[in-house]
Design a protein around this ligand. Structure first.
Ligand SMILES: Nc1nc2c(ncn2[C@@H]2O[C@H](COP(=O)(O)OP(=O)(O)OP(=O)(O)O)[C@@H](O)[C@H]2O)c(=O)[nH]1
Ligand SMILES: [Mg+2]
Length: 274
């Protein structure tokens, strides 16, 4: 489903004073949108980066990302919305950053970063619908306004940032496997990335010791009894969808270490000086 549109996003941001850009702390660089950030800046709105899903990374990793983005001049909050952790700091930061109260806050970000979950956590009640099946097509269908405090209103948005980028990026940015013409290729890339950053990721998720991605997909299919009816070959497309879904839920677990981003940034800076 492609609800995504920049003009919808533009209108939502125009109606708000503060914009939350919700990022997945496992891979904040791939889940941020510079284009969204430029739009917020051009409209003169306040931006807060929200690093969500912190239950999936060690605390020092979340702290380190926060330091890095702070160093780049952003307001940053980290949280684990599903566990209702970090809500107080987010509320406080919104009040500090807002030009006045009451204020309207737009909650934006790529699909499945946890925008609706954040609103629910702030409300303390279940009112914004979250995706029941992670990785399923965007559950939030329309922008909706919620009152989360006497002075704070939030606009929940569906994953309105168009999922651009390569096949792997699209998956990291929350594109559900059902929407992919061929899930095998991105699943292979995802497995390579997973094994690079967490050599135990596949073993932990599937009890499989194999390191070769295509073979891993075959073994998952065999383990689950997924085979083509005619040829009886392992149905790797199904295994590929599972792998992608398992990344979205956090079962296939890895994260990008912040120091990698710093060293790439440093290399870029030294090249610029040359
Ligand atoms: N582990 C973990 N999962 C989370 C957290 N927050 C949200 N999720 C999960 O991520 C999935 C997507 O959450 P949603 O709140 O529906 O995400 P969304 O950004 O509103 O998604 P769209 O409306 O489809 O764009 C759900 O399965 C949530 O349970 C979190 O802090 N930790
Ligand atoms: Mg939502």
């Amino acid at each position: 489903m492609q609800l995504a549109s920049w003009s919808l996003l533009y209108n939502i941001i125009k109606r708000s004073e503060v914009v939350l850009e919700v990022l997945d702390v496992r891979d904040p660089i791939s889940t941020r949108s510079r284009r969204l950030e430029r739009m917020v800046e051009r409209l003169g709105r306040e931006l807060i980066l929200v690093l969500n899903k912190c239950d999936l990374v060690p605390r020092h990793v979340a702290e380190e990302w926060k330091r890095i983005f702070r160093g780049e001049g952003y307001h940053v909050v980290y949280m684990a919305a599903r566990d209702h952790k970090g809500t107080r700091v987010l509320r406080r930061t919104i009040k500090e950053v807002a030009p006045g109260l009451p204020t309207v806050v737009a909650v934006t970000g790529f699909p499945k970063t946890g925008k609706s979950t954040i609103i629910n956590a702030l409300k303390g009640k279940h009112s914004a619908s979250t995706s029941p099946i992670p990785g399923s097509p965007g559950y939030t269908r329309h922008a909706q306004l919620y009152r989360i405090d006497t002075n704070i209103y939030m606009i929940d948005t569906p994953g309105v940032i168009p999922v651009e980028g390569g096949e792997l990026e699209a998956v990291i940015r929350g594109r559900p496997p059902e929407e992919l013409p061929d899930p095998v290729k991105p699943a292979i890339m995802l497995l390579e990335k997973a094994l690079k950053y967490n050599p135990y990721a596949v073993l932990e998720a599937y009890g499989i010791r194999e390191k070769e991605p295509l073979r891993i997909l075959e073994l998952i299919a065999i383990k689950r009894g997924w085979r083509y009816k005619t040829t009886k070959e392992p149905l790797i497309e199904e295994a590929a969808k599972t792998v992608i879904r398992d990344y979205h839920t956090g079962k296939l677990l890895f994260y990008i270490p912040p120091h990698e981003y710093l060293s790439i940034k440093r290399q870029g800076a030294s090249k610029d000086r040359k």
